[in-house]
Design a protein around this ligand. Structure first.
Ligand code: UDP
Ligand code: MG
Length: 138
């Protein structure tokens, strides 16, 4: 069993589809082992996305990710990291496959509804960024 961090981004929370996104992951067989709604400061968003600090979109990304509440969760399942990424779809919603969350709910390459850890190393940074061990309830 593998764990991954998923965020419902501010655009999708504003669209009131956080529940639909959580429900989709439940339907796909994942167990929700932690869940909360939080609002990041721009500085916190910057730390979460530190890996992108030299990219041209970093400042805009941090502004967006701190523009409203997000829903953070840890999902558990077989090959959770890659399966979640598949269900999310491509970063750019216009290039995402039909039926993926970003195709369904994303607006553009920045405001793309959902985040999922991209590797075990990312998950190991991202899960404790939001949750303590005590908050993971298998
Ligand atoms: N992003 C952006 N412009 C880009 C590429 C990415 O605004 O040209 C944002 C987008 O919100 C994306 C996030 O930065 O989800 C992280 O980028 P990454 O390449 O890691 O994409 P992801 O792993 O989220 O698919
Ligand atoms: Mg990424």
């Amino acid at each position: 069993m593998e764990k991954t961090l998923v965020l419902v981004k501010p655009d999708a929370v504003r669209k009131n589809v956080a529940g639909k996104i959580i429900s989709r992951f439940e339907d796909e067989g994942f167990k929700v082992v932690a869940l909360k709604k939080v609002k990041l400061s721009k500085e916190e968003a910057g730390r979460f996305y530190m890996v992108h600090k030299d990219r041209p979109f970093y400042d805009e990304l941090c502004e967006f990710m701190s523009s409203g509440p997000i829903v953070a969760m840890v999902l558990e399942g077989e090959n959770a990291i890659s399966r979640v990424r598949q269900i999310m779809g491509a970063t750019d919603p216009s290039k995402a496959e039909e039926g993926t969350l970003r195709k369904l709910y994303g607006s553009n390459i920045g405001e793309n509804a959902v985040h999922g850890s991209d590797s075990p190393e990312s998950a190991a940074y991202e899960i404790p960024f939001f949750f303590s061990g005590l908050e993971l309830v298998g």
